[in-house]
Write a new protein. Structure first.
Length: 162
């Protein structure tokens, strides 16, 4: 539950702010205003917990992208009967000096008390950014192992919410 003087955001507005962080147009330091500290993220049968895991993943894909000037466009947001919101969009950037656009990507979000508490995504959402290795489950596992090493070795610049 948010305890601030700011107006209460609708579930859609919460998800839109999160998408802005993913797109790189809003500072990820604002993540605690839209993500629950113990947010649960699901990717192809794997589960990760906590806002810092989400921030680490986002920092990794931004710093290891094969695409320069990476951003994301939200094409539409669909609210399901189970009260999840699914965002459909595309990654954009420059690949080898030319504008590039991904195929459609998606992620679903469950919002509770003004914060995203659960996220569903899939590895193929990141093929445009990280390459064809993400088409395969073993590729995802290899990338996740590398993320773990990278985040410890490099000391990823992550702002942790209080």
């Amino acid at each position: 539950m948010q305890l601030t003087d700011e107006p209460v955001l609708s579930d859609r507005e919460v998800v839109e702010r999160l998408v802005e962080m993913i797109a790189g147009t809003r500072d990820t330091a604002d993540a605690p205003t839209v993500l629950h500290q113990d947010v649960i993220s699901h990717m192809d049968g794997l589960t990760f917990r906590g806002i810092s895991a989400w921030q680490t993943w986002l920092a990794f894909i931004r710093s290891h992208s094969r695409v320069a000037k990476l951003t994301a466009d939200c094409d539409r947001i669909v609210t399901s009967p189970n009260h999840t919101l699914t965002v459909y969009g595309r990654w954009r950037g420059d690949a080898r000096g030319s504008p590039a656009v991904s195929s459609e990507v998606w992620a679903s979000y469950r919002v509770q008390d003004g914060l995203v508490v659960e996220i569903w995504t899939t590895r193929t959402n990141y093929t445009f950014i990280l390459g064809p290795i993400m088409r395969f489950r073993i590729g995802l596992l290899m990338v996740l192992a590398y993320v773990g090493i990278w985040s410890r070795w490099r000391g990823a610049q992550i702002v942790r919410g209080s």
